[in-house]
Design a protein around this ligand. Structure first.
Ligand code: 4AZ
Length: 857
């Protein structure tokens, strides 16, 4: 591996691998307009450059960017940090924007030397330091220079977090200088006066060792003008595979860079091809403003602002699926954003997050003081509110938030909710941190008469106003139930004994929606004292479990506490000796029910040996909590689907995971991760296997998703440990009552339009009545499917969870059974749109036939 020369800051720089090869991409000297602008390139030139660049796969830039960010070399791991520092002792000149200029090279060399000194002052860093390269300079608002660098270290694995910590300590450089621990008194005369310094890790996906080319452009925006940047070849030819491209954008001091995406057409999966925008000129992880991929429709405005006068746009692509790419326009806007805070008076008015309807910039704070006339009070409504950020919980809002009277709000807020305050004054604060931005909010305030608030809306007891349509709809919209009290139940609702109205489809769904169970009473058509047979007959309760098939379909003998030998039916459990017994769920319940004991054979499954303790609305799982959970990776693309371990050589997944493309159906394209908790982080117990054989259900229908189940045989058998353990397969007769709580787990998206989870998530959902599911989801529901979710929405499986387990823990035996395989749904977590799962009990015989799994019947 080639490594940059430690001292120079230019030699071996990752900046312009292509310069020696094609002069057309060199940076021009400063023009008479003072600022530099890269020469615009024709498509042909771009393609030519692209080809040349592709040929120059071994350039140092790529070597460092692609291979060195976090690469193992024997015992040590190469780690690269990126960052910026303000050099107070240096005045900015335009030539610093041209990396080929003498001035750039001289200053870069000085900065590199100084960085070495800085790291030498921290023993841990000096031990592992290799080199720094200076990527760019920009002009700060006080005429000094900001330098952007990449620093490379070679670190033993055990020291990685200590090095991270030590790197953070270098951010104290200003403080250190003041306390003279860095001996600047004896500095050589050309030592730079460094004022502030910040460093951070680089995005892990740059580690992708197949990235083999690099392309870079630099632009300085001009007042009143817009410039265009676009992926090479856009829109006529797809972007190149395995390429890292970056666009450095600068504005004049006291200005911000504004970037508007005009078109984005990338692969859907951000783990493969993605655009990232940084609030810096280097790709520092803590300064990502946004990440984009997929196809973004032009009616959705995607505008971003920098916090200072620089911005970096990067495009990383992988081997497969090359799309047209993107086009964006950049310009500069004044640093001061009008309407960021201030005093608001009058009877009503509006205010927005800074820059709305652009995304707000990072690192900004606004404070509004609202005051309405005395005698009136303030109410506030957010007609738009979107402040999501990866890693931010809506419970504590530590990243970007709005704060009203010390209450923080983030994530989404319902647009039909009005906040009512018992005061004529209100202070609203807006805060955005260094990374990730969102659309922000549009707020209306209004003065109200304290005796008559919520005009035109329903007023909750907790002084929240909601849309009148939400009153008496069966859902607790006020969050204090006041919208569901004293209701007259309309046509599609029934009345509970306690007076609540509930949608008719909540009736007899197995869940006590009323709270007094009246919606679950008298659910059969038979009289009191009779059993409801599933074939519609009614027989006396006394005939239940008496050993006679009184219903005729075995229902009266199917839910018995004790095993009675009966003639075989779909409601009986068949022992290995062909005897059939009547007991409900006899398999692996710890009691020998079959004379030959076959109901308790091969029950070493479904227990959690570990005794510690974009799923939507779920929470992070404990390590080892779902030891049968598998992550299926497609080679080079990462996690695609979930699966469940059923024996030491077989796993179960969804057929649609396999059917997606021709490539997906090839066994050698898959990597199976067992005992995994965090994507990209293997533990000593994590096992990776290849796939020897894939068996999709022969009747799988890719249009209806009927029979969405598949088996994968591992290339060699896995040794179980406390993090790798099989789940039990349910017997065909396992009864899962409606309303039963079951668990789903996976690394899928945590929001419908969000990103895949890195850490395994879990969520508790409930089995939903088949009839209700038909009503809600239409005729697409077949007997091979089972619905689960919460009808109120918010908790669900999502894209990336497919193939993973829906497990039921039998409270008696404490064993988990695989009752469903995540299959499909309409969106994720929507109200009255449950998730659809493959009903595993229906596929038992097929599983046994294909895998030889030693199941009872
Ligand atoms: C999917 O795309 C998917 N809400 C899986 C489950 C659900 C929706 C989508 C259920 O794999």
């Amino acid at each position: 591996m080639e490594v940059a020369e430690p001292e120079s800051g230019i030699e071996g720089s990752m900046k312009h691998p292509d310069h020696d090869l094609d002069p057309s991409v060199q940076f021009l000297p400063a023009s008479d307009e003072k600022k530099l602008e890269k020469r615009s390139l024709s498509l042909r030139t771009m393609l030519l450059i692209g080809l040349v660049v592709l040929a120059s796969v071994t350039t140092l830039i790529v070597t460092l960017l692609v291979c060195n960010f976090h690469l193992r070399t024997g015992e040590k791991i190469r780690k690269v940090f990126s960052g910026s520092m303000t050099i107070a002792s240096q005045r900015f000149t335009d030539s610093y924007e041209d990396s080929n200029s003498r001035q750039f090279k001289e200053l870069a060399s000085q900065v590199s030397k100084q960085m070495k000194d800085i790291y030498n002052n921290v023993p841990l860093l000096s031990r592992y330091y290799i080199s720094s390269t200076i990527q760019a300079f920009s002009e700060s608002s006080n005429d000094s220079v900001v330098a952007y660098y990449l620093s490379e270290f070679s670190v033993p694995e055990s020291q990685l977090s200590a090095v991270d910590e030590a790197i953070r300590s270098t951010e104290q450089i200003g403080a250190l200088r003041k306390s003279r621990r860095v001996n600047l008194e004896h500095k050589p005369t050309n030592t730079l006066l460094i004022y502030s310094m910040m460093s951070g890790a680089v995005d892990a996906r740059f580690i992708n060792s197949s990235l083999n080319s690099h392309y870079m452009e630099s632009h300085h925006s001009h007042p009143g003008k817009t410039g265009i940047i676009q992926s090479p070849g856009f829109p006529d030819t797809p972007y190149f595979p395995n390429m890292y491209t970056e666009w450095q954008l600068r504005a004049d001091p006291n200005h911000r860079v504004q970037l508007e995406f005009i078109a984005v057409d990338l692969e859907d999966d951000c783990r493969n091809d993605f655009i990232r925008v940084y609030d810096s000129l280097v790709p520092t992880e803590s300064q990502v403003i946004t990440e984009e991929c997929g196809n973004i429709t032009p009616n959705k405005k995607l505008v971003f602002l920098s916090s200072g006068n620089v911005m970096l746009v990067t495009l990383v692509t992988n081997e497969e699926k090359n799309f047209p790419g993107f086009r964006a326009q950049y310009s500069q806007v004044a640093a001061e954003i009008p309407g960021c805070g201030g005093k608001l008076t009058g009877m009503k008015g509006t205010f927005t997050s800074p820059g709305f309807s652009s995304h707000y910039p990072p690192q900004i704070q606004c404070v509004w003081d609202i005051e309405v006339s005395t005698g009136k009070q303030v109410m506030l409504n957010f007609s738009r509110f979107s402040m999501h950020e990866p890693g931010q919980s809506p419970k504590n809002c530590t990243k970007d938030y709005v704060e009203i009277n010390s209450n923080r709000m983030c994530g989404s807020q319902p647009t039909n909710k009005v906040h009512v305050f018992e005061s004529s004054k209100l202070t609203v604060k807006f805060f955005s941190d260094m990374s990730y931005v969102d659309e922000g909010f549009f707020a209306q305030f209004e003065a109200y008469d304290p005796h008559h608030f919520c005009p035109g809306r329903f007023q909750c007891d907790n002084r929240v106003c909601i849309d009148s349509k939400l009153q008496c709809d069966g859902y607790n919209d006020c969050e204090d139930m006041s919208d569901e009290k004293d209701c007259v139940c309309e046509e599609f609702y029934f009345r509970c004994k306690n007076g609540l109205c509930k949608p008719k489809h909540f009736f007899c769904d197995g869940v006590d929606d009323c709270g007094d169970n009246t919606d679950e009473e008298n659910c059969g058509h038979c009289e009191a004292g009779q059993v409801d047979c599933r074939n519609g007959r009614c027989v006396s309760e006394q005939k239940k479990c008496d050993g006679h098939n009184d219903c005729g379909d075995g229902t009266d003998e199917s839910e018995c506490a004790k095993a009675i030998v009966l003639s075989c039916s779909e409601f009986t459990f068949k022992c290995k000796n062909e005897e059939c017994i009547s007991k409900q769920n006899p398999r692996c319940d710890g009691e020998k029910d079959c004379d030959d004991g076959s109901d308790e054979a091969d029950c070493d499954c479904g227990t959690v040996p570990y005794k510690s303790s974009r799923i939507v609305g779920g929470e992070i799982a404990g390590e080892g909590e779902w030891p049968w959970q598998v992550s299926l990776h497609l080679k080079g693309e990462g996690h695609v689907c979930g699966a469940s371990i059923i024996s030491n050589s077989w796993i179960i997944t969804a057929a649609h995971c396999i059917h997606e493309t021709n490539r997906y159906s090839q066994a050698e394209q898959w990597e199976v991760y067992l005992g995994l908790h965090t994507q990209g982080e293997s533990n000593t117990w994590t096992v990776q296997k290849s796939v020897k054989q894939i068996i999709c259900h022969p009747a799988y229908n890719p249009v209806s998703f009927n029979h969405d189940i598949a088996l994968m045989k591992l290339d060699s058998s896995v040794i179980f440990n406390q993090y790798i353990w099989p789940i039990c397969l349910p017997s065909a007769t396992r009864v899962l009552p409606v309303g039963q709580s079951v668990w789903i787990s996976g690394w899928g998206k945590t929001r419908e339009h969000g990103n895949l989870a890195t850490v395994l998530h879990k969520a508790e959902v409930r089995i939903i009545n088949d009839t209700v599911c038909h009503q809600l989801m239409g005729d697409d529901i077949s007997p091979g499917m089972i619905c689960a979710g919460l009808l109120t929405g918010g908790v669900d499986a999502c894209q990336g969870d497919s193939g993973g387990p829906m497990s039921y823990m039998d409270p008696g035996s404490k064993r988990s059974f695989l009752v469903g395989v995540v299959s499909w749904g309409e969106g994720c977590g929507q109200r009255e749109k449950p998730g659809i799962y493959t009903r595993v009990t229906k596929y038992r015989n097929w599983i046994r036939e294909k895998t030889g799994h030693p199941l009872g019947s």
